[in-house]
Design a protein. Structure first.
Length: 204
């Protein structure tokens, strides 16, 4: 009983800890989302990313960049899920051709040519122009150059490895054609409370 009382913070201290743990800005939501992904809590992570993008649409670029970090860490499956979810966000509309190309890179890098073929086959009209628009002054260069460094011979691999598979690729195999899971947005206050509780549990 004494030990139990000792681990219970004073109500005022508990409120202060919860306030300090909750994200207070866009950067905080992004950071918490990345932590949740690291722990495999994809839905909770995505909730934080959605809040960040709702407050600042340019956060879509940060989420896109984090997907690359996941591929580089050998977590291509998780990166693919992030890309599919990001594709459905209004804030990421301008990034959709790059998102589809990034998915092809991730799928090929992880040895899943059938998934790459399904996406490339159905998004080819959007993806192919990107290869010719990576000049120094292109707006696509910054977000795509790191992805292409993973597979510098991507165009050749697409032609050699995916060519025979493109005709047989089915729309059902394209994850971008499947309705994304609908995540109801909670109020920021409710999400902040949940995040604070989770962080306190982690500390305990």
């Amino acid at each position: 009983p004494i030990a139990a009382r000792q681990v219970q913070p004073h109500p005022a201290r508990r409120e202060r800890l919860e306030s300090e743990a909750a994200p207070k800005d866009v950067r905080g939501h992004l950071h918490l989302g990345q932590k949740r992904l690291d722990w495999g809590e994809v839905d909770a992570a995505w909730e934080q990313f959605v809040f960040a993008m709702a407050r600042d649409p340019h956060c879509a670029d940060r989420v896109f960049a984090h997907a690359l970090a996941l591929v580089e860490a050998g977590r291509s499956d998780l990166a693919e899920e992030v890309l599919v979810r990001l594709d459905g966000q209004p804030a990421a509309a301008r990034l959709r051709p790059a998102i589809r190309l990034a998915y092809v890179v991730a799928a090929l890098d992880s040895g899943q040519p059938e998934k790459a073929a399904a996406v490339y086959g159905r998004s080819r009209a959007d993806i192919d122009p990107l290869f010719g628009s990576l000049a120094d002054d292109s707006p696509w260069r910054a977000p795509l150059a790191p992805w292409l460094e993973i597979l510098p011979d991507l165009r050749r691999r697409i032609e050699s490895e995916l060519g025979p598979s493109l005709a047989a690729a089915e729309s059902s195999a394209d994850p971008f054609e499947r309705p994304a899971a609908v995540h109801k947005m909670q109020s920021p206050e409710r999400s902040d409370q949940h995040a604070a509780v989770m962080d306190l549990l982690d500390k305990a």
